[in-house]
Design a protein around this ligand. Sequence first.
Ligand code: MG
Ligand code: MG
Length: 260
Amino acid sequence: MIFLKTDEEIELMREANRLVGMTQGELAKHIKPGITTLSLDKIAEEFIRDHGAIPSFLGYNGFPYSLCISVNENVVHGFPSDYVLKDGDIISVDCGTEKNGFCGDSAYTFCVGEVSEEVKSLLRTTKESLYLGIEKAIAGNRVGDIGDAVQTYCEKRGYSVVRELVGHGIGRKMHESPEVPNYGKRGTGPLLKKGMCIAIEPMINMGSKNVVFESDGWTVRTRDRKPSAHFEHTVAIREGKADILSTFEYVEAILGDKAI
Ligand code: MG
Ligand code: MG
């Protein structure tokens, strides 16, 4: 069942998503060589609670942390840990909040210190593909139009699209229908209607598309251990132009000209 949101509900979702963006902005100040990913989790949890919200990942199907932090070859759902970030790493920080009964969900892949041009180009392409997908997220299009836009763009640049994990509807629950794959065919899949809210989240690999599920039951990594990038926005479907509810503006204000 796909839930359509009213304008009032969409504004509440914007608030939850803005807090996600603010939390990522706070984290951007701390993401440097020498910090553990677990300390980032603590910063995020405190920041979210201080702003009157709940970190929605914590306890979700038993997930034990507030953030999913996935370093280098880890694609998504990584556990914050005592791993110390080092120069040249990339980390996907996926953050979710629940505020006023609605959920926010967004992810950003950060560079730690100096990252190789090759890896930066993977990040840039992944982020650009997110916005190309968002351009297709308008009333009257179909879910497959989004996946086609992401897949075509990334594969043309020699990267591959993870198949096992997909974007999703979002609202009162973090995961609602429909699924929003990062691959697909134009003109196929569920019809996008005004008031639908979806999270679009390309997971793009430098090497092959194949992934492995680690024995912790959560972490997904590339089988070939080459890097993977992940960017995510929550958007509301409108006529003519998608309404992006989450924001990278806080992150980019901190990163300045170092932003991808
Ligand atoms: Mg997410
Ligand atoms: Mg998501």
